[in-house]
Design a binder for this molecule. Structure first.
Ligand SMILES: CC(C)(COP(=O)(O)OP(=O)(O)OC[C@H]1O[C@@H](n2cnc3c(N)ncnc32)[C@H](O)[C@@H]1OP(=O)(O)O)[C@@H](O)C(=O)NCCC(=O)NCCS
Length: 163
């Protein structure tokens, strides 16, 4: 089913935080951000942050956030509620972040992803991210992070994923 027509993607606002935090706790049970962290992240919009939320009626279907510093963009977080997965919403949210990074003149996007998170790694690979490193125990004992990177179109270095 490819029915994203029932979902609105728009910039996240403070009144989305409660629903976003509920999904965060479900998607990342061991490492969930607090609601205060989302408040703090939104305080950085638009200077160094950009956040999107996807809503279906009153429910938060997904969200994603970006940090930009100079020519570097970092995908801070991305999650889709289980009942809305496998419909292209994760890709849509990631595309919004990458478009914003390009608009801001960033030349590369970097992210950390749990080495055990196959769904997320496939999503990033589909968009051209490649693994450039590994952080041992980043998410806790025995839970490594892969560092993935994408050269953004329009940058002079576009075309590769090298560090
Ligand atoms: C990773 C995550 C955000 C992906 O969200 P999603 O909305 O399911 O992503 P997409 O729908 O774009 O892609 C997922 C799969 O559905 C497929 N798909 C997309 N549209 C589809 C459609 N209309 N019909 C059938 N399949 C479809 C994609 O091809 C993809 O397949 P693949 O995994 O075999 O490559 C989601 O699984 C999630 O929230 N996971 C938990 C949190 C997490 O790990 N976040 C990443 C932190 S780094």
């Amino acid at each position: 089913m490819n029915v994203l027509t029932d979902i609105v993607v728009r910039p996240m606002r403070w009144w989305d935080i409660a629903g976003v935090h509920d999904l965060e706790a479900e998607a990342f049970p061991d490492t969930a951000w607090s609601a205060e962290t989302f408040w703090s992240e939104l305080a950085g919009v638009p200077e160094t942050r950009c956040y999107f939320v996807a809503r279906s009626d009153d429910r938060v279907a997904g969200y994603a956030g970006l940090m930009t510093v100079g020519s570097d963009a970092d995908v801070q977080t991305i999650a889709v509620a289980p009942q809305f997965r496998h419909r292209g919403l994760g890709a849509r949210l990631l595309d919004e972040l990458l478009l914003e990074a390009t608009r801001r003149g960033c030349s590369r996007a970097t992210l950390e992803v749990a080495a055990s998170s196959d769904d997320a790694q496939r999503l990033y690979r589909r968009r051209g991210f490649a693994v450039v490193g590994r952080r041992s125990g980043y998410y806790g004992p025995g839970v490594d992070a892969l560092i993935m990177r994408l050269r953004l179109p329009g940058s002079r270095e576009a075309g590769g994923a090298s560090p």
